[in-house]
Design a protein around this ligand. Structure first.
Ligand SMILES: [Zn+2]
Length: 296
């Protein structure tokens, strides 16, 4: 149903655009002039949400424009594209998304755009060590490295004229991903507590990598409110295991409720989905700092 709506909406808009460009010969150059130059000349790279935008920018820097569908501050899991988004993707040189169940809207965009735009699934080469439906693979720095490498390889194929710069930029990023992983490993070795209670269960792959035990208050990607029984269970867990900190990433209501009931404090653990801007390394070192405070 949704897919059909998007196909139809896109077709109608596209038909209007084509008509306006072809029926008025004299005005066609004027019409095209009103379209941003980036949509007619410079190839534009489109990305799905903040993490993928940032990883792509690590590779591309300012060589080509990199845009993002879901602007920072907008909830990524429940987002749906507009007809204008469909048009933007249609004119993109490539669309890069995370995959692994993160973007539910990709199939409807692909159906509308057809085969004219390459779609790159950035997580395609990640084989998670943990069998889990948690789509937030990028919160493991080594998976983020693989994701960025997949993006780089795709862009080198699509833009061979920039391959040397893309390879060089990726090498710098790769060193930073490896250093980040080592920093997490070193800190985790000294943790005296292993339980992380989080409002949004986005950290399964990070927790697995550094031998932590994630306990999530709400649903995995629908932000469904927990039942009173689940809240009671979480509160019991916090008290029984001397958990000192309840983590939130967007809305601190649930974390604060658990904290108030247990005497724990609240702190932010950023999922890097785009609730705030900023680059991956800054956010992940801030997250590490929060974990050190809570678990040491
Ligand atoms: Zn999420």
């Amino acid at each position: 149903m949704l897919k059909k709506f998007f196909s139809t909406a896109f077709f109608v808009i596209f038909a209007i655009f084509i008509t306006s460009c072809t029926t008025e010969n004299g005005a066609s150059s004027q019409n095209l002039a009103s379209v941003p130059a980036s949509e007619t000349e410079t190839p534009v790279i489109y990305t799905s949400f903040h993490a993928i935008h940032n990883f792509t920018q690590l590779v591309v820097q300012d060589i080509l424009p990199v845009r993002v569908l879901i602007t920072p501050g907008v909830e990524a899991h429940l987002w749906e594209p507009t007809a204008q988004d469909m048009v933007n993707i249609h004119y993109a040189a490539v669309f890069i998304y995370h995959g692994f169940g993160m973007e539910h809207f990709v199939d409807s965009i692909r159906a509308s755009v057809g085969g004219s735009v390459p779609f790159i699934e950035a997580s395609a080469n990640v084989t998670p060590a943990l069998q889990d439906a948690d789509p937030h693979l990028w919160l493991n720095p080594l998976y983020a490295l693989t994701i960025t490498e997949t993006i780089k390889n795709a862009l080198v194929q699509l833009f061979p004229e920039h391959s040397a710069a893309f390879e060089q930029n990726f090498e710098v990023a790769a060193e930073n991903f490896l250093a980040l992983d080592l920093a997490y490993q070193a800190a985790a070795a000294d943790f005296v507590r292993r339980d992380i209670v989080v409002s949004h269960g986005a950290f399964a792959h990070l927790a697995y990598a550094y031998n932590l035990n994630q306990v999530a208050i709400e649903g995995l990607d629908d932000h469904a409110d927990p039942s009173p029984a689940r809240m009671a269970e979480i509160i019991d867990f916090v008290q029984a295991n001397n958990v000192t900190t309840i983590f939130y990433d967007e809305d601190d209501t649930l974390a604060t409720a658990v904290a108030n009931a247990t005497g724990a404090s609240v702190a932010m653990l950023n999922t890097f989905e785009g609730l705030t801007a900023g680059d991956y390394f800054t956010v992940m070192y801030q997250n590490l700092q929060a974990l050190v405070l809570a678990l040491s």
